[in-house]
Design a protein around this ligand. Structure first.
Ligand code: NI
Length: 170
């Protein structure tokens, strides 16, 4: 396994629409293992393959839970099948270091995809996990959270090392 350098704006790979994974082979499994190591090393909540320069529909999530083990998932070809509710929250991105912004996300999402063994998974999510899933699937479509800002004054400069998981760094 290896930590992969994270691409930051304005790297064009972040604006490409990522391709679907056709076969879950050993190359994909290695990519997922590396992405897991990378998201942990960056103290992130989630990571999408384009952020490590690979334009494929793969995301990993590592959501901290109070007094519990982190919630960890990897999703290949993830699709949101349902969104419910709306909330305003602060969000950051590992590809846009030093900023957080206030945007709207869904309260709950249902997502389906495949895991690294090729098995179909369906998740019902809320809270930080739902936010992270919307954020990472946006990455697969070349969308960044700053695209959802109502205005530029909803963007705020922060010290990257002082960012809290609640202001999820994804
Ligand atoms: Ni991001």
């Amino acid at each position: 396994m290896a930590v992969i350098p994270i691409r930051t704006v304005p790297d064009p790979v972040l604006r490409q629409k990522a391709k679907r994974v056709k076969n879950v082979d050993s190359a994909i499994q290695k990519l997922i293992a590396d992405m897991r190591e990378t998201v942990v090393a960056a103290s992130g909540v989630g990571l999408a393959a384009p952020q490590v320069g690979v334009s494929l529909r793969v995301i990993v999530l590592c959501v901290p839970k109070k007094d519990e083990k982190n919630e960890e998932y990897c999703l290949i070809n993830p699709e949101i099948v349902r969104r419910k509710g709306e909330r305003v929250l602060k969000e950051g991105c590992l590809s846009i270091p030093g900023y957080i912004g206030e945007i709207k996300r869904s309260e709950q999402v249902r997502v389906r995809g495949t895991d690294e063994t090729g098995k179909e998974i369906k998740l019902r999510c809320e809270g930080l996990l739902a936010q992270a899933i919307e954020h990472e699937i946006d990455h697969l479509n070349g969308v960044l959270y700053v695209d959802h800002l109502e205005s530029q004054d909803k963007l705020q400069k922060v010290e990257p090392e002082k960012q809290e998981p609640e202001e999820s760094i994804q």
